[in-house]
Design a protein around this ligand. Structure first.
Ligand code: CO8
Length: 262
């Protein structure tokens, strides 16, 4: 499907090298369903494969980044259909994207919405952001990383409190405890700020950018010694790129580097 066929998302390019994906189910506070995720995966994969794109910004509306998986659609599901259709199994595809994804969160980022934000590489939030894993109120538990990525970000005690009580986490708390990189001050525009970060990333050598993302992500998967080995191998491999010669050469010659992504 081409971008004009998307029903649940909008795709645009606010700056050269940046793809902006906006979740767009306003009547349901961007509740996530299978079709939305299929479109999101398609748009992200398209950006990932486009040599003209360096980074992706993912956002929702002022009111909601996403208020979770679509509860009305899940209500009558039974085990056999959920299991046989691998219900929401394709949610993880977003984590296979190699280019950086920056989440710009305003309003509710709850349940699957919080989990979606946590699948991104950087989270910026406006002061209205409200994170949480309220699944316990629905008789279930987080199903797409809320018990794992949240715990890695916040530690055990706070994650347990959020997951067991379902209470929300304000933008200020999320910043204090390291769930997000920063809150954009009131009056600021979180999407514009995220696009700025994306543009900055776009000025670097893109092989190094993707290697950096791969190395940081390895820290979530591997024991330290293995992670350090991955990092060192990637670091060494970058000496085979023109961008390394350019970057270090430009420093030595006191000029700005002109990376060619080679
Ligand atoms: N699903 C479906 N519809 C929703 C959802 C949702 N998650 N959230 C909001 N909506 C709908 C409402 O039903 C309402 O629709 P309508 O106008 O037709 O009644 C509309 O959006 C507006 O919502 P509200 O009127 O409730 O707006 P408020 O501002 O009063 O409240 C809240 C906002 C607090 C966000 C409230 O809507 C709410 O509590 N929503 C549910 C939040 C929630 O529980 N999220 C977790 C869902 S479960 C989940 O995400 C599990 C993921 C598991 C992934 C597994 C992968 C394998």
């Amino acid at each position: 499907s081409s971008s004009s066929n998307y029903k649940n998302i909008l795709v645009s390019s606010p700056e050269k090298g940046v793809t902006l994906i906006t979740l767009n189910r306003p009547k349901a506070l961007n509740a996530l369903n299978s079709e939305l995720f299929t479109e999101l995966n398609h748009a992200a994969k398209t950006a990932d494969e486009d040599a003209g794109v360096n980074a992706i910004v993912l956002t929702g509306s002022e009111k909601a980044f996403a208020a979770g998986a679509d509860i009305k659609e899940m209500l009558s599901k039974d085990f056999s259909t959920a299991y046989k259709s691998n219900f929401l199994g394709h949610w993880t595809e977003l984590t296979q994207v190699r280019k950086p994804i920056i989440a710009a969160v305003s309003g509710h980022a709850l349940g699957g919405g919080c989990e979606l934000a946590m699948m991104c590489d950087v989270i910026l939030a406006s002061s209205t952001a409200n994170f949480g894993q309220p699944e316990i109120n629905l008789g279930v538990i987080p199903g797409a990383g809320g018990s794992q990525r949240l715990t890695k970000a916040l530690g055990k005690s706070l994650s347990m409190e959020l997951v067991l009580t379902g209470r929300g986490l304000s933008a200020a708390e999320a910043e204090k405890h390291g769930l997000i990189s920063r809150v954009v001050p009131e009056g600021g525009d979180v999407v514009a700020e995220a696009v700025k970060v994306a543009v900055q990333i776009g000025k670097k050598g893109q092989i190094a950018v993707q290697a950096a993302k791969e190395a940081v992500n390895a820290s979530f998967e591997l024991p330290l010694a293995e992670g350090l080995r991955v990092e060192r191998r990637l670091f060494q491999a970058l000496f085979a790129t023109k961008d390394q010669k350019e970057g270090m050469g430009a420093f030595a010659e006191k000029r700005k580097p002109a990376f060619t992504n080679e």
